[in-house]
Structures are given as C-alpha cells and as structure tokens.
Design a protein around this ligand. Structure first.
Ligand code: ZN
Ligand code: ZN
Length: 66
C-alpha cells in the first residue's frame, strides 16, 4: 500500500526527500500526519505503543500498522 502523504512530515510522499522520515528510529515513532489527507493528527503515546486520530479518517494505532 502506498500512502499519498508522509505521516512524519506531512508532505506528499513523492515530494522530495523522505530519508529522515524513514529511519529505523522514526519507524517506531507515532505518525504525526494522516497518510490519507495530511491533516495533523492527535497523537497519544500509550504503554502499548501509540494511538493517532485524524478528525476525518479516524484512529490509527501501532497495533494495526504493525
Ligand atoms: Zn516525510
Ligand atoms: Zn485523514
């Protein structure tokens, strides 16, 4: 699956360089922007991982995305 937007910086996935967004470290960090619409999400870090919510697309969790 290819998301249209980068969840870490909020730019289009094919816009420029996203290497800093795709390190092993950022892979463990919660997304900050919705991959579908690039809205800034409300992110909550939980003991189990994280929970990020887009006002339009609903919640993403670390469990769903693996
Ligand atoms: Zn990025
Ligand atoms: Zn969204």
């Amino acid at each position: 699956m290819t998301a249209p937007f980068c969840v870490h910086c909020g730019r289009a996935a094919d816009d420029g360089e996203h290497a800093p967004c795709r390190t092993s470290r950022t892979a463990l960090e919660p997304p900050r922007f919705c991959a579908a619409c690039a809205r800034r999400m409300v992110v909550q870090v939980t003991p189990m991982g994280w929970d990020a919510r887009c006002s339009r697309h609903g919640a993403y969790t670390s469990e769903e995305t693996g």
